[in-house]
Design a protein around this ligand. Structure first.
Ligand SMILES: *Cc1c(COP(=O)(O)O)cnc(C)c1O
Length: 229
C-alpha cells in the first residue's frame, strides 16, 4: 500500500475511535483531505485510497488541479477568499468554509444568482480572536448570520473555525466547545436559508478533540499527505 493510502486508513481509524469514545456515529463525520500545495499524483493516490472530499486554500491552485483531476470527488474551499475570486470559486467548489464578512457573502450571492446556483457555505468564526486569523468575531457572528439569511442563493450549513496551534491538542478544546455552543445559540433562533448542522473544526494535530466536541467536518492535510514544504 502507498504511504498516502496507509495514512488515510490510519486517519479513518482514528476518526472512528474518537467518535466511538464520544458516543457518536463515525458515519456522521466527513473527512476533508486538505491537498493545498500537494501535487496531482498524490491527490490521485488519495482518491484511489478512498478520499471523497478534497480541501484547497487558493483558487488558482485549485483550478489547475481540478481541471486535471477528473474524478467524481467534492472540492471544498477552506482558505481566505478574496471577493475578486468569487466568480471562479463558485464554479469550482462544492462548499466554501470561509465566509467571514457580509461583502463576501453578497458577492457569492450575486454570482450564484447569475449562474443559477445555490452555494453551500460555512461561516468562519475567529473564536481565538487572534488578529492574524480570518473569521468573524464570535460576538458578531449571529448578526452576520442574520444578514446572510436574506441572501437566497446562499445556503449556510454551519460554522467553521481554526483555533491556535497547541503542542497539547487538549488545549484547543475550549475553542471547539465555544464554536459548538455558538452553533446552539444560532440554531435556537429561526432564520431562513440557515441550517446549523455542520461544525468544521479539527486538523491533523487536534481532530480527535474536535470530534469529541462535536465536529461534523474535519480538515486533515499533514496526517494524510505528509509535511508540506
Ligand atoms: C492547511 C489547513 C488545514 C490542514 O492542516 P493540517 O495541519 O495539515 O492538517 C486545515 N484547515 C485549514 C483552514 C487549513 O488552511
Amino acid at each position: 500500500m502507498s504511504q498516502i493510502a496507509d495514512n488515510l486508513l490510519l486517519v479513518k481509524e482514528r476518526v472512528e475511535k474518537a467518535a466511538l469514545k464520544a458516543g457518536r456515529d463515525p458515519g456522521e463525520i466527513k473527512l476533508v483531505a486538505v491537498s493545498k500545495t500537494v501535487g496531482v499524483e498524490e491527490i490521485r493516490e488519495a482518491i484511489s485510497a478512498g478520499a471523497t472530499i478534497l480541501g484547497e486554500s487558493y483558487v488558482q491552485e485549485a483550478k489547475e488541479k481540478i481541471e486535471e483531476i477528473d474524478h467524481q470527488v467534492q472540492w471544498h474551499m477552506i482558505g481566505h477568499l478574496q471577493t475578486n475570486k468569487v466568480k471562479q470559486a463558485i464554479n469550482l467548489f462544492d462548499m466554501i468554509h470561509s465566509v467571514d464578512r457580509i461583502g463576501l457573502a453578497e458577492e457569492i450571492n450575486k454570482r450564484a444568482k447569475q449562474s443559477g446556483k445555490r452555494v453551500s457555505v460555512l461561516i468562519q468564526v475567529n473564536i481565538s480572536q487572534e488578529t492574524t486569523k480570518s473569521g468573524i468575531e464570535r460576538d458578531r457572528a449571529i448578526s452576520l448570520v442574520l444578514e446572510v439569511s436574506n441572501l437566497t442563493n446562499l445556503k449556510v450549513e454551519g460554522l467553521m473555525t481554526m483555533p491556535p496551534y497547541f503542542d497539547d491538542p487538549d488545549d484547543a478544546r475550549p475553542y471547539f466547545k465555544s464554536l459548538r455552543e455558538l452553533k446552539g445559540e444560532i440554531g435556537g433562533e429561526r432564520f431562513e436559508n440557515i441550517s446549523m448542522k455542520e461544525l468544521s473544526m479539527g486538523m491533523s494535530n487536534d481532530f480527535e478533540i474536535a470530534i469529541e466536541e462535536g465536529a461534523t467536518i474535519i480538515r486533515v492535510g499533514t496526517a494524510i499527505f505528509g509535511e508540506r514544504e
